[in-house]
Design a protein around this ligand. Structure first.
Ligand SMILES: C[S@@+](CC[C@H](N)C(=O)[O-])C[C@H]1O[C@@H](n2cnc3c(N)ncnc32)[C@H](O)[C@@H]1O
Length: 483
């Protein structure tokens, strides 16, 4: 098998079946349509018998290609014996979905399901998609020793970890997922992945990792019909347990990044629900709700995901799912990121927030900084803050808005042009500080100078400013240099 995959890798690369090659071959319109799961423009763009067009039709679009026209050297009979294609009546059909991935390499999964296809098998192995890319973007870029990808599925997170982690362990409860992931890794030229079968942290009992990533089966449903998205745990229990158990598997200084869904339940603040998952873990934490959907939107999304719209079972499944949400008092479902960091502090800090803004990608480039800022804002005493030397974060702009000709603005906003690209309305003191703090002077004397300009009592300002500045430090508008 390894020899076959080596030869196939060579053919894929020689043919230009790479992300750039496919993009160029399809053109902007067909590529954009494909990202909306519409294949007609791509099928038109790849009509003809050129090898790259045929590979795209076969393995990305899932369309049969004539065996006689299969790209030169494609060992069709061997691929059929290995279960990667099926051959019938001089037509070759893909038995798997095999596509190049953004970060380089290939992912192999079950064929994409499209409207009108037969119902998915329960152990369907889903391909890499938007959620996979989100997690990859969120994960810290630091080189690490041991990394774990829990619920590896088609193995896409491993493509991102390779080269950054000295050792990679990948787990999944679905043996078919591991089988397909191994093929994808081989086609990507990645060796030495320790793939283990089992649920949650069972396969790595007693082991610790510097980095844990998981795009788990987070979908919350009454039935748990598909392993690739539903764990069979009740409600959001799988994500809760993942958060609670992950710290036991983090090395000192280690980080864990998860995607998750959580319930919004009548009479309960979702922040308390998810924040509660992190309480007692001993880790610093950052939870971001990126989106929230009402129960009907949520059910429609996942019925569409399994191509169930338009089928006779659609209404029944929709009704059952909605009825279950109603019985559980569910008012919505949150989607987001959870990051845990074992900082070793006896006073862990957890920030739970709602933030749907467009962020600079990849978040992994600055996620350590975000966690550090939250911890500094929480842990530094007022006296230490006054003695520290704040620096305005790079790329922060000030906006002043008010009636034309007015002496003072009605509103001052600080806006980040980098990182999370947050914006915040500030008072004149914070705005003045933003204008002068370059790390040369400690905060205390800077506040004294501002008090002189505004006519405020300096000691009053020293007393109230740290409280007002903490959120701006936590949100990355000011960096604190203690040197
Ligand atoms: C949404 S897929 C993620 C695949 C891939 N890691 C990615 O980022 O696209 C979730 C994966 O979790 C696996 N899974 C489901 N239940 C699990 C469990 N109890 N323990 C470990 N993995 C599980 C599924 O088989 C599936 O491969």
């Amino acid at each position: 098998m390894n020899d076959l995959l080596d030869r196939l890798r060579g053919i894929l690369l020689d043919t230009g079946y790479t992300i750039d090659g496919v993009r160029e071959r399809l053109g902007a319109v067909a590529a954009a349509a494909l990202s909306r799961e519409e294949t007609v423009p791509a099928l038109r763009a790849t009509a003809g018998d050129d090898p790259l067009g045929l590979l795209i039709r076969l393995w990305w679009l899932g369309a049969p290609v004539p065996a006689r026209a299969a790209p030169v050297g494609l060992p069709v009979a061997e691929l059929a014996a290995a279960g990667l294609v099926a051959v019938e009546d001089d037509l070759v059909t893909a038995a798997v979905h095999l596509q190049p991935w953004e970060s380089g390499g290939y992912v192999v999964s079950d064929r994409k399901v499209r409207p009108g296809d037969p119902a998915l098998r329960p152990d369907h192995v889903v391909g890499a998609g938007g959620a996979s890319a989100n997690l990859a973007q969120l994960a810290s870029r630091r080189p690490v020793g041991r990394a774990l990808d829990l619920g590896t599925g088609c193995g896409v997170q491993v493509l991102h970890l390779a080269g950054r982690a000295a050792e990679i362990t990948a787990t999944d409860v679905n043996p078919r997922a591991l089988e397909l992931a191994r093929i994808g890794w081989a086609l990507s030229g990645i060796e030495g992945i320790d793939a283990r079968e089992g649920s949650l942290f069972e396969p790595v009992e007693g082991e610790r990792f510097d980095l844990i990533v998981s795009n788990p089966p987070f979908v919350i449903s009454p039935a748990g019909r598909f392993t690739y998205r539903e764990s069979g745990f009740s409600a959001d229990g799988f994500c809760r347990d993942l958060v609670r158990l992950a710290p036991r598997h983090l090395s000192s200084g280690g980080t864990c990044h998860l995607l998750a869904n959580w319930l919004h339940v009548r009479g309960e603040d979702w922040r308390d629900r998810v924040g509660g998952w992190l309480t007692g873990t001993g880790c610093d934490g950052w939870v971001v709700q990126r989106d929230v959907q009402d129960p009907a939107q949520y059910v429609e999304l996942w019925l569409r995901d399994a191509a169930e719209q338009g089928t006779p079972r659609y209404r029944g499944l929709y009704d059952e799912w909605l009825g279950w949400f109603e019985a559980e008092g569910v008012t919505g479902v949150g989607f987001g990121w959870i990051t845990l960091h074992d900082s070793g502090s006896l006073d862990p800090v957890v920030r739970v927030e709602e933030y749907g803004g467009q962020v600079e990608l990849p978040v992994g480039e600055y996620v350590d900084e975000v966690l550090g800022a939250v911890a500094v804002a929480h842990r530094m005493s007022d006296a230490a803050l006054l003695a520290s030397r704040p620096v305005l974060a790079a790329g922060v702009l000030e906006e002043r808005i008010g009636p034309p000709g007015a002496e003072d603005p009605a509103r001052i906003v600080l806006r980040q042009t980098r990182g999370l690209r947050r914006s915040v309305r500030v008072g004149t003191v914070e705005a003045a500080l933003a204008g002068v703090c370059d790390g040369d002077y400690p905060l205390g004397p800077l506040l004294d100078a501002i008090a002189e300009l505004t006519g405020e009592d300096p000691s009053d300002l020293r007393e109230r400013a740290p409280q007002a500045l903490r959120p701006l430090i936590a949100e990355g508008f000011f960096h604190i240099s203690t040197g």
